[in-house]
Ligand binder design. Structure first.
Ligand SMILES: [Zn+2]
Length: 490
């Protein structure tokens, strides 16, 4: 099994991702850049989400401003509720997350929303000291995680970088209803950056200050929560469920979840199923997934029902998607604060505030977890067994060598490269052939096509498959069809 270090080392070696502004010693922690092939893999993760959720479920996609006025976050509750409990060392002045320190010492989960007095008492009870210098720790206090933005020279209104992308969707909702012929249930999605002033950013892409989300808010009529047009497509689908109070994961069909009232209605079981199906397409083995039901204490302040979608990794179970039944909390809050009527009126004249089912995905975490679960090692060989849909390129094209004696090979390989330009292909002649295979294996390229001296005689080339390292000879005239079949699985 891959370790966290295996994955990070490979990512750094191939520049899939790396610390932002790394040439400066004082660059803050918690920021990462994606390199050339990392950018492509990440974009393909987004494309698959777009295809499976937005297109197939007929959702709307928006792309909102990152900076929003204070009023938005007063209405959303973030300015008062979006806090981390912190404690400071009296000696070295390092600030620590109190709940994380307690978790690491006691191996028990501590809720970040627990009252500060409770956390202070627990720090004292366990006689916790600063992990860096053994200094005394201060009483716990709340620290607001919003990142403030200085905009223009006007002091009319403070602005913040959004801590989650979904607020755009809520403030845009009434415009979408007016202009987009909305019929319930209607998902509105957005992919984009969010910002949280993390006290202790760590584990590279897992906990960052600046990060990306793929969020969907499904607006619906609460009276129609059990009216799902495509219910038959998912009702028999087995979901990986871990109920509150249980420590085991069971396979439960969408239909059973509704019948047993484990979920509030069909709409929720439907989107849980669609979410799990997307992660199967991402190549995550089903047995590594679970939907963990959150209890009253764990749920966010706005959620009536919540399921964390988690995947088992070398770092433990990592939350990749928060699934929340936010009811009418957000629209109600924005309606009161903005004084705009955000009610929906049916053709029959019934007026109500739509309810919201949220599917909030952490894109960078998903990227990391896909890398880790596709990482393979055999002897000296390391590779990423990425699903073809996520591979940064589909095939590499090489001449066996590129020197004075092999001009013919170079010419032929370049011809093939040109001929296959309808695919995502890359030509490479730099270094030994083994090194070239290794480079592409490590970024998850599924096929390599090589032209050798026999190719000139026989008008053929070899196709090498990443996962098996097996090669077979194919006529150059058949390469296009063959590659198409391999890529589409046809
Ligand atoms: Zn200290």
């Amino acid at each position: 099994m891959a370790t966290y270090e295996d994955v990070v080392n490979l990512a750094l070696r191939r520049s899939l991702f790396y610390p932002a502004s790394e040439i400066y010693a004082n660059a803050p922690a918690g920021f990462y850049d994606y390199g050339p092939f990392g950018t492509t893999i990440r974009r393909k993760i987004v494309e698959l989400w777009r295809k499976e959720l937005i297109q197939k479920e007929d959702m709307l996609e928006v792309d909102g401003a990152v900076i929003m006025p204070e009023d938005v976050f007063k209405a959303s509750g973030h300015l008062t509720n979006f806090n981390d409990p912190i404690t400071q060392c009296s000696k070295c002045k390092t600030i620590h997350r109190a709940d994380k320190l307690l978790e690491e010492t006691t191996k028990k989960p501590y809720k970040e929303a627990a009252p500060v007095e409770e956390l202070t008492a627990a720090l004292r009870e366990h006689k916790l000291k600063c992990p860096k210098c053994k200094g005394d720790l201060s009483d716990v206090r709340q620290f607001n995680m919003m990142v403030k933005a200085e905009v223009g020279i006007s002091t009319k209104s403070a602005c913040y970088l959004r801590p989650e992308t979904c607020q755009t969707i809520f403030v845009d909702w009434s415009r979408l209803v007016r202009t987009m012929r909305v019929k319930f249930p209607k998902g509105v999605s957005q992919v984009g950056k969010s910002f949280r002033n993390e006290i202790s950013p760590r584990q590279t892409l897992i906990r960052q200050v600046e990060f990306s989300q793929m969020e969907t808010e499904v607006f619906f009529d609460p009276e129609q929560i059990n009216e799902m047009e495509k219910w038959d497509e998912v009702k028999g689908y087995p979901l990986r469920i871990m109920k509150t109070g249980s420590d085991k994961v069971e396979y439960i069909s969408a239909e059973r979840l509704v019948k047993d009232k484990t979920v509030t209605g069909k709409l929720i079981a439907y989107y849980l199923a669609r979410t799990q199906q997307l992660f199967e397409k991402y190549g995550i083995p089903t047995e590594k997934m679970r939907f963990r039901q959150l209890d009253d204490k764990e749920r966010a302040f706005y959620a009536k029902e919540a399921w964390d979608f988690e995947v088992e990794t070398s770092l433990g179970w990592v939350e990749l998607t928060a699934n929340n039944y936010r009811t009418d909390y957000d629209l109600k809050g924005h309606m009161e604060a903005s004084k705009k009527d955000l009610n929906f009126t049916t053709p029959e004249g019934r007026k109500f505030i739509p309810h919201v089912w949220e599917i909030s995905m952490g894109l960078d975490r998903i990227f990391y977890v896909i890398l880790e679960l596709s990482y393979r090692k055999q002897g000296d060989r390391e590779w990423l067994s990425l699903p073809t849909a996520l591979a940064p390129i589909q095939a590499g094209i090489f001449p066996l060598m590129a020197n004075e004696k092999s001009k013919e090979l170079v010419k032929k390989a370049k011809e093939i490269h040109k001929d296959l330009s309808c695919f995502e292909v890359m030509y490479d002649e730099t270094g030994g052939i083994g090194k070239r295979y290794a480079r592409l294996d490590e970024i998850g390229v599924p096929y390599c096509i090589t032209v050798d001296f026999d190719s000139i005689q026989n008008n053929d080339a070899t196709i090498r498959t990443r996962d098996t390292a097996e090669q077979k000879r194919i006529k150059i005239a058949d390469l296009k069809n063959e590659l198409y079949k391999l890529i589409t699985g046809g």
